[in-house]
Structure formats: structure tokens, C-alpha cells
Ligand binder design. Structure first.
Ligand code: DGY
Length: 320
């Protein structure tokens, strides 16, 4: 049987499937990532790697893996992998597109609603006894229905968010590398330039892959174009936003709020000022974290390993 390495202990049903198909070594911890030195050592013999976004797959690691044929990432994002370096060594890289789109769109919408209606902040008021008497403008937030939603990155997840917005009678703008006229007629969304989207949207949702080229895509200049009532939602990658600029803009009330599922450094250090801001609603990178979807993702990673290591084409290769 072909040797694979799995960088985390996975649910029994997945481990069983892996053991049925491969000679498996794995990091025997569900929560903590495998230390780098252990991973480097394990790479020597393995032909397949089941990894996640907590592992950096770079030249050093690929050079430590002379037999490696496939890096199968448990995420749709693959900014943890040096794709060029893998390609140069004929190592196939796969990700998990499609199976997590609806679940991530649910969380994106949840953050929109929670940020606009101040759900986390006001829940705290109930718990800590400072609720106070009912008052006309107490705890008022922003409406979601009828507003303009700006989606940056109209891929599968972006489309799933656009679909949800129709029930809220929202007007949807989008910006993408490429205009998608088919999606425009199917979803009733309108293509606009990046700056137009920033200027006219009430909710700005980041749903694009992160790479060095779009590092800090949203900084003080971009925030400066947004409406005072705008709410920024990031369920993609933390590196897309200049967190310092966002914090200052929120505190100066230049925009209304932010819903952040991702940060530049994860787990986010408690010293990050965004955590102290009452204008931030946050969650710990749980876009795809439903039981069903995480199991789907694990099965898809396993299927990719089975395909490639039995000489077939990968199901969901990263092609860049
Ligand atoms: C992804 O798939 O890229 C998510 O961020 C992790 O589930």
C-alpha cells in the first residue's frame, strides 16, 4: 500500500477510509497542528500528504519529500502552498472547492446579520445585566433587507451569498477579475469597478482567494471610499485587510462595522485591537465548519488521494 501522511487526527469514519486504502502515518492530535520538524521527517517516505491550512507547504518541505505525488489540502484556499514549487517538482495539488460553498455563504450571511443588528454586543448586554428599560433608539442597528451588497470575488461562495440576498430584496453589485455575464443574468447581479463597489455598497463582502498580489487589498484608502454606514465582512483570508487601518476607521466611525471570521495571524493574538472594538463581530475561522461540510471536505481529500495514487486524474486539482 502507498504511504501517506495525515497532519491531524481526523474523525473515525475518515481515518477508517484512509487506513483501508493506504499505509497511513498521522499526527495523533485533533486540535494541535503537527510540529514542523516532525512533518519534515515524515515527508521522506510518503507519496501523498493530507494537510490543512495550518501547514506551510514550501520548497523546504517539498525537497524533504522525494516520493511525493500529491498534496491534498483540506480547504478551498491554498495560500499555504507554494503552487509553483509543487508544479516544478511534478507534485499535484488539490483543494476542496464546491462542497463548502453553501456553508461558507451561510456564515457570511450570519456575520452580515449579526454585525448589522449588533447581535453579539447586545447579547452581552442581556447577560451582564446592563439591559435597561426599553428605549426608542436603544441598540438600533442597520437594516439588511433592501440594502446594496457588494461582493468582491464572485466565485462559488460569492454566488451562494448572492442567492441568499434575493430573499432580503438586496441589490447586488460584484467585482471580479473577469466579468461573468452568465452569472449576471442568472443571479441578477451587476458588475462594477472595484472603486464603484466600495463607494456604493452597504455591505462589502470579501470572497476572493488571497495571494501576495492582493495583500491588504482593503487599506485606509479603500475604506476611505466606503459609506459611513458600510459594514465589511471577511470570510476569506485575513491578509486581504490591513487590520490597523480597519481598526482606526472603525474607532473614528468612518465605517459602521466589520464581521471578521479570519485574521492575518490565527489564532488572533489577544493584543490585536480589533478584538477590543465593539464595532467588530468575530468568529474563529469557521466558514466551512458544519459537521456535514467538514466531513464532505475530508472525503473529497481522501478521494483525491485515492485517485492520484492509483494513477488516475485528481478530482479537484488546483490549476493556476
Ligand atoms: C477554506 O476552505 O479555505 C477555509 O478557509 C477553511 O475551511
Amino acid at each position: 500500500m502507498k504511504k501517506i501522511y495525515v497532519t491531524r487526527k481526523l474523525p473515525g469514519v475518515i481515518m477508517d477510509r484512509l487506513h483501508e486504502n493506504f499505509d497511513v502515518n498521522y499526527w495523533d492530535d485533533e486540535d494541535e497542528p503537527v510540529p514542523r520538524d516532525v512533518l519534515l521527517r515524515e515527508m521522506k517516505e510518503c507519496e501523498g500528504l493530507f494537510c490543512m491550512l495550518t501547514e506551510t507547504i514550501d520548497e523546504e518541505l517539498l525537497d524533504a519529500a522525494p516520493k511525493l505525488k500529491i498534496v491534498a489540502n483540506l480547504a478551498v484556499g491554498y495560500n499555504n502552498i507554494d503552487i509553483e514549487a509543487a508544479k516544478n517538482r511534478n507534485v499535484i495539488v488539490t483543494n476542496t472547492p464546491g462542497v463548502l460553498s453553501e456553508t461558507t455563504a451561510d456564515l457570511t450571511f450570519a456575520l452580515m446579520l449579526a454585525s448589522a443588528r449588533r447581535l453579539v454586543e447586545t447579547s452581552e448586554v442581556v447577560r451582564n445585566g446592563t439591559w435597561g428599560a426599553w428605549s426608542p433608539m436603544h441598540y438600533t442597528g442597520q437594516d439588511v433587507h433592501g440594502k446594496t451588497l457588494g461582493i468582491i470575488g464572485l466565485g462559488r461562495i460569492g454566488e451562494a451569498v448572492a442567492k441568499r440576498s434575493t430573499g432580503f430584496d438586496m441589490n447586488v453589485l460584484y467585482h471580479n477579475r473577469r466579468r461573468n455575464e452568465e452569472a449576471e443574468s442568472r443571479l441578477g447581479v451587476t458588475y462594477v469597478s472595484f472603486n464603484e463597489l466600495l463607494k456604493h455598497s452597504d455591505f462589502i463582502v470579501l470572497l476572493l482567494p488571497y495571494s501576495k498580489s492582493n495583500h491588504h487589498l482593503i487599506g485606509s484608502q479603500e475604506i476611505g471610499l466606503m459609506k459611513k454606514e458600510a459594514i465589511l465582512i471577511n470570510t476569506a483570508r485575513g491578509g486581504l485587510v490591513d487590520e490597523g487601518a480597519l481598526y482606526h476607521a472603525l474607532e473614528k466611525r468612518e465605517i459602521y462595522g466589520a464581521g471578521l471570521d479570519v485574521f492575518e495571524e490565527e489564532p488572533v493574538p489577544l493584543t490585536n485591537p480589533l478584538l477590543q472594538s465593539k464595532y467588530v463581530t468575530t468568529s474563529p475561522h469557521i466558514g466551512s465548519a458544519s459537521i456535514e461540510t467538514r466531513l464532505h471536505m475530508c472525503h473529497l481529500v481522501t478521494d483525491n488521494l485515492i485517485h492520484v495514487l492509483s494513477g488516475r486524474d485528481p478530482l479537484t486539482p488546483v490549476t493556476k
